[in-house]
Design a protein around this ligand. Structure first.
Ligand code: PHE
Length: 455
């Protein structure tokens, strides 16, 4: 039997839920290292401009499609555009379907580190002697990463089973303020550490010698923006389908983009000064140290925290709590998009859909947990191909087929006039598809090893 469609209690619940989805691992480690790689301030400025133009355009479009249709992504595109547009919905669903299993594996690693530092703060666990060995022996130990991944999945799906209002909304109301508080407190603490200002300079002052090609800076910022704002994954469509008519879509989108960018920029103030100071003392190049990818979170930072003695355990605990909340709320949003899509499309009950999907995530997650190669493969398949294709589908559907007027009507349906309509139309019809095609081409070149577009 189809259950009655859920609704957020109010405007703030929606903004909080969408921001909770947007703020995740992408903000905490990917943004700082991209900023370091692409000339500090140069990247930050490009990113800010892109998220307030292209990011805003795509956010309002996806939310409007969801609210208009009152459906999650698969059925939303079919309802508004007919069967020929169903592929856009399917593609958007494939993205979280593939991302969530390996995101849960990384979530499991975060739980493991959280537990370790929690015990270490209480004096019940010893210092990690060699973070590299610790990480590698943990991730390759077979059973342990699988167990931690299952714990992370259980956390995620307990919230999903409780529903939109009682689960997601309540979890965000607790986790998001804690996340903001921890992030602000930790950055202030780090900024007062000796030598932190050198890192801040490295982060903020535009340095053109560190970005040889401005095209690459744009592409890097754009790819980051898609991932960070949870675009082209059906999430904003699904969350939009629970939004009340009285909430203003443009106002919500500005707040979501702002909160997401704020945490991303703030993460730079936490991660860069710490890594910079450590690298300089150890005679290493800060850029190489910052480029360590996932290793930055699980190897470099633990190594650095280790040099702070007992305070280090406490700093690490605060940091991994922050990462855990960010990863959990993002995983919840991905699960919701998939579960809602299954319910709307197959007309299953929420319970049946949630349990079946959780089982799927655990089984596919095991593959990623046991093989880092599989994890990398899923990651690049989704980011390089499926996500850009979905984004092209959404912009062409909304800008050229369904129509800018209808999207704007939905935005204005709760009252008020959307003034920048002409700019929005140009952005949705021309600017957005062109930029997304550029991402797709550069990704294909990168995978095939053509040209110097390695991002
Ligand atoms: N936006 C999240 C981040 O910045 C990641 C995410 C990806 C969330 C996909 C939901 C879906 O880390």
């Amino acid at each position: 039997m189809q259950e009655k469609r859920a609704k957020w209690s109010g405007h703030l619940s929606f903004v909080l839920a969408a921001a909770a989805s947007a703020i995740g691992l992408g903000n905490l480690w990917r943004f700082p290292y991209l900023a370091a790689q692409y000339g500090g301030g140069v990247f930050i400025v490009v990113y800010l401009v892109l998220s307030l133009t292209l990011g805003f355009t795509l956010l309002v479009t996806e939310i409007s499609i969801g609210r208009k249709s009152r459906q999650s992504q698969i059925t939303a595109f079919t309802m508004l555009g007919g069967r020929k547009w169903a592929w856009v919905g399917f593609f958007s669903t494939v993205v979280p379907f593939l991302i969530l299993p390996y995101y849960s594996v990384i979530g499991g690693w975060v739980v493991k580190y959280f537990v370790h530092y929690f015990l270490a703060t209480l004096g019940c666990a010893s210092q990690i002697a060699d973070p590299k060995v610790y990480f590698e022996s943990f991730t390759s130990s077979g059973l342990s990463p699988v167990c931690y991944m299952v714990i992370f999945v259980v956390f995620t799906f307990s919230v999903i089973m409780l529903g939109v209002k009682n689960g997601i909304e309540k979890a965000n109301a607790v986790l998001m303020p804690l996340l903001f508080f921890t992030a602000i407190a930790l950055s202030i603490y780090i900024l007062f550490l000796p030598g932190a200002m050198e890192g801040v300079k490295y982060y903020l002052v535009p340095n053109f010698s560190r970005c040889d090609n401005i095209g690459k800076v744009f592409l890097g910022a754009m790819g980051q923006m898609f991932f960070s704002l949870s675009l082209a994954m059906g999430i904003m469509v699904t969350y939009g389908s629970y939004m009340r008519k009285s909430s203003s879509i443009p106002r919500a989108a500005v707040r979501i983009a702002f909160a997401d960018t704020f945490i991303a920029v703030l993460s730079g103030f936490m991660v860069i000064p710490v890594v910079h100071a450590f690298a300089t003392t150890a005679g290493q190049d800060p850029e190489t140290a910052l480029k360590a990818g996932p290793g930055l979170l699980f190897m470099s930072l633990p190594e650095i925290f280790g040099t702070f003695g007992a305070v280090g355990n406490f700093l690490a605990l605060a940091f991994f709590t922050l990462v855990f909340f960010a990863a959990l709320t993002s995983a919840i949003s991905m699960s919701e998009a998939c579960v809602a899509a299954i319910c709307d499309y197959l007309k299953w009950s929420r319970r049946k859909a949630a349990i079946s999907f959780a089982v799927f995530v655990v089984f596919t997650g095991v593959v990623s947990a046991l093989s880092i190669k599989a994890l990398d493969f899923f990651d690049s398949l989704v980011n390089s191909l499926i996500m850009p294709l979905t984004a092209i589908g959404i912009t062409v559907f909304a800008g050229w087929y369904y129509g800018v007027d209808k999207i704007v009507d939905e935005m204005e349906s709760g009252g008020g006039v959307f003034r920048p309509k002409r700019t929005f139309a140009i952005s949705l019809k021309y600017f957005a598809p062109l930029l997304v095609v550029a991402i797709l081409v550069s990704e294909i070149c990168r995978v095939l090893g053509i040209g110097g577009w390695n991002i």
